[in-house]
Design a protein around this ligand. Structure first.
Ligand code: ATP
Length: 510
C-alpha cells in the first residue's frame, strides 16, 4: 500500500495522531491512539518476553530519562553526537548536509533503475540484470559517480570536515529542493541532544540532557545489577524507554521522530569473545523478526563501513519500508568504550571479577538496539493490504485488512450480536465478551450491519470475530470468523477461550 494511504489509515482508525494537532501539530512528534497503543504494547511485550523472560541470563531495568550530565560527556554525546547542518539562505530551510549528498546519489541510482527496467522490457526473459549492470557503459559511469561521491562523503564525515562537505555540495551543484537556490550557509555541526535546566542550580552545572539513547542508563547501572542479581558473564541488561533526538530533518512519519522509544539490550562478555557474541545476536535478532512473520525478502543486513568511535563491528537490520530499505535495528560491538569512559570520569570501578580467570576486567559489550516506533511502522506497512474478497452475497468487493500476526494484534477477538435491537442476542453477546475479556483484549460491537462490522475489525487487524445469533440461544454455539481465510466455523461458547486463546497467544511466536 502507498505510504500516504498507510499514514491516513493510521489516523482514521485511531492508531497514530499528530501531536497537538489542534495547534497544527508539532513536527516529528506523534501520539498513539487506542489501537496504536495496544499494538505498540504488544510489540514491546514480544520483545521483552523473548529478550528478558525467555533468557536466564538477561534481566531488565527501567532507568530514568534524566541522568547526571557527566554521563553524556563520558559517552561522547556532548562532543560527538552531531549531524552536519546547512541552511539555504533563500528558502530558510534547514537540511542535513550528508542527506543532501545522499539525495544526489539517490537520483543517479533512480536513473540506473529506470535503465534496468527499460532493458528488462526490451530483452524479455533472456534479460540478465547482473550482466547488464556490469557491462552497460552508461550504468558503469553512473555507478562510478555514486561511488566517488559516497567515498568523499564518507571521508568528510569521518574527519568531521565541514568545509569539505560544503565544497562537495557546491561542486555537485546541489540546489535546495524547496527553492531551487544554491545559496547555502557554511555547514556546521549540530548537536542532537535536547537540553534543559535543573531547578536549583544555575549555569552549565545544572544543564541536563534528555537521554538520546537508553543504553547509558544500563552502563551506569552495570555493577548495581550484576551484584544484586549475581549474574555471571556473559549476561545482558535490557530496557525499553523513551529517547530524544533533535533531528534536523524529520520526515517519513514515525520513522524519524524527535521523541521515540527504544528497546535496547547490552550484553556483557569476556574481552576477546565479543565477535562470537556479535555473530550470535546478529542471527538471533533477525530470527526474532522472522518469527513474527516478516518475510525474509523484506529484511537484510547492512554492515557499517564507517564505524562509530566506540565500535569494532556494527550491522543494521534493514527493513523494506514503503520508501525503501532503511535501518530498523542496530547490532553493535561496543568494546569496553562506555564502561571504561564512565570509570575514568566517575572515578568508580566498573569491573567484573571473573572467578574462573581469577581476575578483574572491564567487560566488552554487544548491543542490540531497535526503535519501537520503527518496528510499529514496519508491522503496519507489512500488514496493511487491500484485497478483493466475496461479500455476503457472493459478489466481489474490496476490503482493507491489516494482516497483523494475531499475537500483536490490538484486539484479539470482536464479539458481535447479529442484531442490536434483540435483547436476547445483545445479552448473550455481552456475556461472551465478559468471559473472554478475562484472558484477552476483546471488543463488543453492535452498530451497523454485520458486514460493516467485519470490515471495521479487518481494518484494525482483529484476527477473529465471534457472531452471536439465534442458534446461540438454542445450543450455546457461535460462529467464529477468521480474518485471513474468511472461513466461519461453529464452536461452543465454552470452548472459545481455549480455541481463540490458542490462536492469538504470544507463545505461538516465542
Ligand atoms: P539513523 O541512522 O536512522 O538516524 P541511528 O543509526 O542514529 O539511526 P541508533 O543510534 O543506532 O540509530 O539507534 C537505534 C535504533 O533507534 C535505530 O535502529 C532506530 O530503530 C531507532 N531510532 C533512532 N533514531 C530514531 C528516530 N529519530 N526516530 C525513531 N526511531 C529512531
Amino acid at each position: 500500500m502507498e505510504f500516504k494511504s498507510i499514514i491516513s489509515h493510521c489516523k482514521e482508525y485511531g492508531f497514530i495522531y499528530q501531536s497537538s494537532e489542534i495547534y497544527d501539530g508539532l513536527a516529528a512528534v506523534y501520539d498513539y491512539g487506542p489501537y496504536g497503543v495496544e499494538l505498540k504494547n504488544n510489540i514491546k511485550q514480544y520483545w521483552w518476553k523473548s529478550m528478558v523472560q525467555m533468557h536466564e541470563n538477561i534481566v531488565g531495568i527501567d532507568a530514568a530519562i534524566f541522568m547526571h550530565p557527566k554521563t553524556w560527556k563520558a559517552s561522547g554525546h556532548v562532543d560527538a553526537f552531531n549531524d552536519p547542518l546547512v541552511d539555504n539562505k533563500d528558502s530558510k530551510k534547514r537540511y542535513r548536509a550528508d542527506q543532501l549528498v545522499e539525495g544526489y546519489c539517490e537520483k543517479i541510482e533512480n536513473k540506473i533503475k529506470k535503465d534496468v527496467v527499460k532493458a528488462q522490457k526490451r530483452f524479455g526473459d533472456s534479460f540478465d540484470e547482473g550482466q547488464f549492470r556490469s557491462t552497460n557503459q552508461r550504468i558503469l559511469d553512473r555507478q562510478a559517480e555514486i561511488d566517488r561521491v559516497m567515498g568523499l562523503l564518507g571521508t568528510h564525515m569521518k574527519n568531521g570536515d565541514m568545509a569539505g562537505l560544503k565544497q562537495l555540495i557546491e561542486d555537485l551543484e546541489i540546489a535546495c529542493p524547496e527553492s531551487g537556490s544554491r545559496n547555502w550557509t557554511d555547514v556546521r555541526q549540530f548537536n542532537l541532544m535536547f537540553n534543559t535546566q535543573l531547578g536549583n542550580i544555575a549555569g552549565e552545572e545544572g544543564k541536563l540532557y534528555l537521554r538520546p539513547e537508553t543504553a547509558q542508563g544500563i552502563f551506569v547501572n552495570f555493577l548495581n545489577v550484576q551484584k544484586t542479581t549475581r549474574q555471571k558473564i556473559p549476561f545482558g541488561i535490557a530496557q525499553i524507554g523513551k529517547a530524544f533526538r533533535n533531528e534536523i530533518v524529520a520526515r517519513q512519519f514515525i520513522f524519524r521522530m524527535r521523541e521515540f522509544e527504544q528497546m535496547e539490550m547490552q550484553f556483557f562478555v569476556k574481552p576477546g569473545t565479543e565477535m562470537e557474541w556479535y555473530k550470535h545476536w546478529k542471527a538471533t535478532r533477525l530470527q526474532w523478526h522472522k518469527n513474527l512473520g516478516v518475510p525474509e525478502s523484506k529484511l537484510r543486513y547492512h554492515d557499517h563501513d564507517n564505524l562509530a568511535h566506540y565500535a569494532n563491528a556494527a550491522v543494521d537490520i534493514e527493513y523494506e519500508f514503503p520508501f525503501g530499505f532503511r535501518e530498523l535495528e542496530g547490532i553493535h560491538s561496543r568494546t569496553d568504550f562506555d564502561l571504561t569512559s564512565h570509570q575514568e570520569l566517575s572515578g568508580k570501578k566498573l569491573q567484573y571479577f571473573d572467578v574462573e580467570e581469577n581476575k578483574n576486567y572491564v567487560p566488552y559489550v554487544v548491543e542490540t538496539s531497535i526503535g519501537c516506533d520503527r518496528m510499529f511502522l514496519a508491522q503496519v506497512s507489512l500488514a496493511l493490504q487491500e484485497e478483493t474478497v466475496p461479500d455476503a452475497n457472493g459478489k466481489e468487493s474490496t476490503r482493507t485488512v491489516m494482516k497483523l500476526n494475531p499475537a500483536v494484534a490490538p484486539i484479539k477477538c470482536a464479539v458481535l450480536p447479529l442484531l442490536k435491537n434483540k435483547e436476547e442476542l445483545t445479552n448473550a453477546a455481552a456475556d461472551v465478551t465478559k468471559e473472554l475479556k478475562k484472558s484477552m483484549n476483546v471488543q463488543y460491537d453492535e452498530k451497523d450491519t454485520i458486514g460493516r462490522r467485519y470490515r471495521r475489525q479487518d481494518a484494525v487487524g482483529t484476527p477473529y470475530c465471534v457472531t452471536v445469533d439465534f442458534e446461540t440461544l438454542e445450543n450455546h454455539t457461535v460462529t467464529l470468523r477468521d480474518r485471513d481465510s474468511l472461513s466461519q466455523e461453529r464452536v461452543a461458547i465454552a470452548d472459545l477461550p481455549k480455541i481463540v486463546g490458542g490462536k492469538v497467544g504470544m507463545e505461538n511466536i516465542l
